[in-house]
Design a protein around this ligand. Structure first.
Ligand code: PAF
Length: 280
């Protein structure tokens, strides 16, 4: 695995792969890697000749400077975790080199309504930051395939829209959420939870499961189910932002024609914001 921070060097290497007729699968991350990330890497390995992983804590997608500075950075242990995989390149650029025009001057990508609801409403500008960094990374790496986790369900939809709006011709693969034995979705933020918060954190998944079971049992009072889950999260010590039942294709409220549902939740325990979702 070549660890490269230089933009031109990484671009050159990816071009060489392409020139030799090899396909590239790409896994963009912000580091602090856990088994969920490693499952994306494993998937990437099975799909292409070359695997490129990036680690870049993208300042553009943080709307809270404290959240950005508290975001865990664990590059040494990330490199050691990645060493046991057959990865060709780990790209970890510096912020100044990645955004040479200066963070404030970067022209951000606006992908419309999907970026303004749920996470977009709670974190204004977040998805413009995600779309902008992912587009820049895609332009550099020119992958054939890119692999993302379904835990960030809305992000996955945003990236699919990015690929379609810009006709990038990249296949986007979504991989199921990896969970701890008690159901907590794996997240780089989990390491910041205190022991007490860690125990409480599993409640998000419990509430999602509870709604799923209710829906399967024929309960269709969505609003009541959402409100009850919000209340239970608050009782468990969370500051809930939303628990909603949505149409998988639009993330809007389900209509009579909706065939598939997803339940999405965002809630904070102290300073730590967690998100999760469950497909029905
Ligand atoms: O999901 C993440 O880790 C980030 O949002 C991504 C896609 C790497 C963009 O910075």
């Amino acid at each position: 695995m070549q660890v490269i921070s230089d933009i031109q060097q990484s671009q050159l290497l990816c071009q060489q792969y392409h020139n030799s007729g090899e396909s590239i699968a790409f896994v963009p991350t912000m580091g602090c890697l856990h088994d969920g990330h490693l499952s994306l890497v494993e998937k990437a390995q099975s799909l292409a000749d070359r695997v490129v992983v990036s680690i870049f804590v993208n300042p553009l997608q943080f709307n809270d400077p404290d959240d950005l500075s508290a975001y865990p950075r664990t590059i040494e242990s990330d490199i050691s975790k990645l060493s046991s995989f057959d990865i060709d390149m780990l790209f970890c650029p510096e912020v100044g080199a990645f955004y040479p025009e200066g963070e404030k001057e970067v022209e951000k990508i606006d992908l419309g309504e999907i970026t303004t609801i749920l996470e977009g409403e709670q974190r204004p500008g977040h998805f413009a930051g995600v779309a902008t960094v992912v587009k820049r990374l895609f332009d550099l790496v020119q992958p054939d395939i890119a692999v993302f986790g379904e835990k960030d369900f809305q992000q996955l939809m945003v990236i699919k829209k990015l690929v379609s709006d810009f006709s990038l011709g990249i296949e986007i693969i979504g991989m199921p959420t990896f969970r701890e034995p008690d159901g907590l979705a794996m997240s780089s933020r989990n390491i910041r939870l205190s022991e007490e918060q860690r125990q409480a954190a599993t409640e998000i998944y419990r509430q999602l499961e509870r709604i799923k079971n209710e829906l399967h049992a024929g309960n269709s009072n969505f609003l009541e189910l959402e409100q009850a889950a919000n209340q239970r999260l608050a009782e468990a010590g969370f500051s809930p932002e939303y628990v909603v039942i949505r149409d998988t294709k639009t993330l809007l409220e389900p209509q009579s024609a909706t065939s598939e549902l997803v339940v999405l939740a965002a809630a904070s325990l102290g300073e730590i914001r967690l998100i999760d979702n469950i497909l029905l």
